[in-house]
Design a protein around this ligand. Structure first.
Ligand code: ZN
Length: 466
């Protein structure tokens, strides 16, 4: 199998980075589009996508035979069949529109490659699937991978502009970024960081696998203006900051991976009161949102690039303020792998109040974890995120995992100081009681280590059955 690596990869990457830089002002400019312009653009993009998919993907052509690509609008998506990750993986070769591309070929290169690469000319791969469900394999064309990164990072532009002013006023030095993220892998956070890190001012990458004791001196030495990390690392970083060991004062804390709970956001803001705490929603299927410093923990859907439909368990639309059971994603920008009305089980809560930033893009108030994380007890269920406050109020708990048991839950935690285990049990039981689970059996256990996935994520919630 032929792929681009080594020195050839580096020169191709430099061109890719330059392309990304050129595209950025345009994508930032779109953030101030009025509603009519967003709607007109997404209708046009949807028709382009449908024409392409019908012409180049036999699988989509069969399923979308009844759809008129010249007249369809996002409002017609209800007539479209729903696509699942199993559909995608089982019909990969018939879905992907890159000539000669096969899933077998992609998997062979992933097994062999020891660093980032391009495949089939200028295409890139993302793989996902550590924390639940079936692993997925996704291919992006040249432009769409750059757009994928820009679709998220453009949301930092306002915070970066403020930082630039401060930098200029102080020393005029470039800003420093630290990212506590996946190690060399096909996970999006690694691939996009590797492709689009500024060669003149590279991001300092620190593995999310490493212990806090290892991370703290490196972070202190760099003193980053921008800190990118997984929300599951926040309690440990906050504890180190409270203990006076971690001395950084970031201007931006950005969470682009895993779900950021209210408790996690409050803890971050309390730890670094001057920082813009930014979050958004990203998946390997297509980054669908951009952060907003003024959205009070929420973020905006990149409606110029995707169509997101929050739905209930029966696939019906869910109103703002209510929790969905999942979303359908249509990726309008990646022609290499048309993703059309694709089910993802993230629990969305939309917000229809206008955002103080003035954006006309729809706002997500929060993503409340994933439906597969729900703990089911007979006919009732509890989302374990609701129990997280019990843990976060104890600053010495630096990592934890909550496992469902037949009549309650078992909490495993790592501690950096004294922990009130009795209070932990009590507060978790109170959380369950709010959902109606009476006399739950709660056990807690201190452990020396919690296992992270291959890309350094921690599975916080382990239901009894998926
Ligand atoms: Zn906003």
């Amino acid at each position: 199998m032929d792929y681009v690596k080594g020195a050839d990869f580096e020169s191709q990457r430099a061109a890719h980075y330059a392309f990304h830089v050129t595209a950025m002002p345009h994508l930032i400019g779109r953030m101030s589009w009025p509603r009519e312009q967003i709607d007109a653009h997404r209708t046009k993009s949807l028709r382009n996508l449908l024409r392409h998919a019908k012409a180049h993907s036999p699988w989509h052509a069969r399923r979308l035979a009844h759809i008129d690509a010249e007249r369809a609008t996002p409002a017609d998506l209800d007539d479209f069949p729903v696509m699942t990750k199993s559909d995608l993986m089982d019909n990969w070769d018939e879905i992907v529109t890159v000539p000669g591309a096969t899933r077998k070929g992609a998997e062979a290169v992933l097994r062999e490659a020891r660093d980032q690469f391009y495949i089939w000319g200028d295409h890139t791969l993302l793989a996902s699937g550590g924390t639940g469900g079936r692993p997925g394999l996704f291919v992006y064309d040249w432009a769409s991978m750059a757009v994928n990164w820009a679709s998220m990072s453009r949301g930092m532009s306002r915070s970066l502009a403020r930082l630039a002013v401060r930098q200029f006023e102080s020393a005029g030095r470039p800003y420093r970024t630290a990212a506590v993220v996946a190690e060399q892998s096909s996970h999006g956070s690694y691939v996009m960081g590797r492709l689009f890190s500024n060669p003149m001012n590279p991001t300092k990458r620190l593995s999310a696998w490493r212990t806090i004791e290892e991370l703290v001196p490196e972070l202190n030495a760099l003193d980053p203006h921008i800190l990118v990390c997984y929300p599951t690392r926040v309690p440990a970083l906050a504890a180190a900051a409270a203990a006076g060991e971690l001395k950084i004062s970031p201007h931006i804390v950005f969470f682009g991976s895993e779900h950021l709970s209210d408790g996690g956001r409050q803890l971050t803001q309390k730890t670094w009161p001057k920082a813009d705490v930014l979050t958004c929603w990203a998946t390997s299927e297509g980054a669908g949102s951009f952060p907003c410093a003024l959205a009070d923990g929420g973020f905006h859907v990149s409606e110029d690039l995707v169509v997101l439909e929050p739905v209930d368990a029966a696939g019906r639309p869910v109103k703002p303020g209510e929790r969905s059971h999942g979303v359908y994603l249509t990726n309008l920008f990646n022609k290499a792998m048309p993703i059309i009305r694709y089910h993802i089980d993230d629990i969305f809560e939309m917000d229809d109040a206008p955002c103080p930033c003035g954006s006309a893009y729809r706002k997500v108030r929060q993503v409340h974890g994933r439906a597969f994380e729900l703990f089911h007890y007979g006919s009732m269920f509890v989302h374990p995120l609701a129990l997280e406050l019990a843990v976060l109020e104890q600053p010495s708990v630096i990592e934890y995992q909550l496992r469902q048991t037949a009549r309650g839950a078992h909490l495993l935690y790592r501690q950096a100081g004294p922990v009130d285990a009795g209070r932990l049990r009590l507060r978790i039981a109170e959380g369950f009681a709010r959902y109606g689970l009476r006399e739950p059996e709660i056990t807690v256990e201190e452990v020396a280590e919690l296992k992270r996935t291959a890309v350094g994520k921690l599975q916080k919630f382990v239901p009894l059955v998926h």
